[in-house]
Write a protein that binds this ligand. Structure first.
Ligand code: NDP
Ligand code: 2IT
Length: 454
């Protein structure tokens, strides 16, 4: 591009963002997610004027609708509680809305809009027919009894059920929402509608869940890293890895790293990080699963039990590694963390979490030209297997573990391929940010062009 053309692109981009910020005041996470996509897509639309003429990207930043509602429930002491819940139905151009539910005290509209927006592109990349949505509540499941969580979920579904359906909107899990919560939500939906349908994914295996859905996000993130490495003639085997978080995504990332002969040396939660230089082996991982999935304990207990270092209040990025897997939450890697990682020799990042690297951290990775796989590509395996769960539900079949894993492999490699098509350059470097943003955009944009002005 000439200097004049570059200046024009920049001007359009800044004007576009000014408009987004004005229309969505204070929603900083949402602005961040839109800016990252606009950086890739606006230059692309200069070569594809039909998208600009029809204002496709601008229309994509406006959710189809947002449903906000009160969830009243009673705790074990008989106190009345009132929380707030949302469902952001972002875009259903290529399929029913699809995306998780997050239960966390920090949940607000900005966070759910950023997650819903990202989901539109991620779901498009999976190659499956899924639109994008996200929801959740500012309910804090920590320290609540099973019965309290059940009452909350039942109350939430008593409103949510009117807005969702197997052909309308299909929620799943995210932070604070796992198999237990999906069970309670599905049970209430079924009772209210008197219909047994695939309205949620991540269900228990006894009632329509898919094999490998629990593992899919972590497994898929490692498969994506393997694809990025294979593209450069390397592989995951033998690499030392840092992983953040100790929830669903982190645990199955660590498991797949072990399967492929790599070593994870860290895990974390909101309290701090454990550093186990010997690596989290199978026995320790089994203990960690029990700690997090059954006892719902803290990561500091791992350090006490196995006698390794615990770094309270710290994130894993100070630990030298070859590969990093941020798998906890948004903006958990800042520019300083990114510089530390790169200076310590890290040459690959695959994001299991959604938007874990902030804008400045992404710039550090890109300037250093390390392999950087953004969440919408790297962690798409979770929603992809959700899509496979929907297919199994609607055809009333159940695929084997191997069948689902094989399809997951294929989907992750197809996503990688799309990134290379839209983000590759002659010197072999792949810009996975541009690749995933443009790759995710094109299919949704073409559907929107087909629909006319709606
Ligand atoms: P879980 O609830 O199972 O685990 C979340 C983990 O992240 C916990 O270790 C938690 O620690 C930590 N964490 C959460 N919030 C914070 C915070 N504000 N600061 C520090 N640590 C935090 O969630 P998942 O593993 O399912 O999700 C993790 C990430 O992966 C999220 O970004 C989610 O959006 C993304 N993701 C999840 C998918 C899925 O299928 N589940 C699919 C694709 C992406 P603590 O217990 O202390 O809160
Ligand atoms: O961010 C995500 O992709 C998820 N939380 C999974 C969504 C899903 O519908 O499986």
């Amino acid at each position: 591009m000439t200097n004049a053309a570059n200046a024009e692109v920049r001007q359009v981009l800044e004007g576009f963002m000014a408009h987004v910020i004005k229309r969505n005041p204070g929603e900083t996470e949402f602005h961040q997610a839109v800016r990252e996509v606009a950086h890739s897509v606006i230059p692309y639309t200069f070569d594809h004027p039909e998208y600009r003429k029809e204002k496709i990207l601008a229309r994509m930043t406006e959710p189809d609708r947002i449903i906000i509602f009160r969830v009243s429930w009673e705790d074990d002491e008989g106190n009345v509680r009132a929380d707030r819940a949302w469902r952001v139905q972002f875009n259903n151009s290529i399929g029913p809305y699809k995306g998780g539910l997050r239960f966390h005290p920090t949940v607000n509209q900005s966070i759910l809009k950023f997650l819903g927006f990202e989901q539109v592109f991620k779901n498009s990349l999976t190659t499956l027919p899924m639109g994008g949505g996200k929801g959740g509540a500012n309910f804090d499941p920590k320290g609540k009894s099973d019965r309290e969580v059940m009452r909350f979920c039942q109350s939430m579904m008593t409103e949510l059920y009117r807005h969702i359906g197997a052909r309308v909107d299909v929620p799943a899990g995210d932070i604070g929402v796992g198999a237990r919560e999906i069970g309670y939500l599905f049970g209430q939906y079924k009772r209210l509608r008197n219909e047994f349908e695939g309205v949620l994914t991540g269900k228990g295996l006894a009632f329509g869940g898919s094999l490998i859905r629990t593992e899919a996000t972590g497994y898929g993130t490692v498969y994506f890293m393997e694809n990025m490495l294979n593209h450069r003639g390397d592989g995951v085997k033998g690499k030392k890895c840092t992983v953040s978080g100790s929830g669903n995504v982190a645990i199955y990332t660590i498991e797949k790293l072990l399967d492929l002969g790599a070593t994870a040396v860290t895990a974390s939660d909101s309290g701090g990080t454990i550093y186990d230089p010997d690596g989290i082996d199978r026995e320790k991982l089994a203990w960690l699963k029990e700690l997090k999935e059954v006892r719902r304990g803290r990561i500091s207990e791992y350090a006490e039990h196995f006698g390794c270092e615990y770094m309270p209040g710290k994130r894993p990025w100070v630990v030298p590694c070859d590969l990093a897997f941020p798998s906890a939450t948004q903006n958990e890697v800042d520019a300083e963390d990114a510089r530390t990682l790169v200076d310590n020799g890290c040459f690959g990042v695959a994001e299991g979490a959604n938007m874990p690297s902030d804008t400045d951290a992404v710039a550090v990775f890109q300037e250093a030209k390390i392999m950087y796989g953004p969440g919408k590509a790297a962690n798409a395996g979770g929603v992809a297997v959700s899509g496979l769960e929907q297919s199994q539900n609607s055809t009333r079949v159940a695929w084997t573990r191997d069948e689902v894993d094989e399809k997951l492999h294929k989907i992750m490699s197809d996503i990688h391929e799309q990134c290379v098509i839209y983000g590759g350059s002659d010197d072999g470097y792949v810009d996975y940010v541009n690749g995933s943003n443009i790759g995710g955009f094109v299919k949704v944009a073409n559907a929107m062009l087909g629909y006319g002005v709606v």
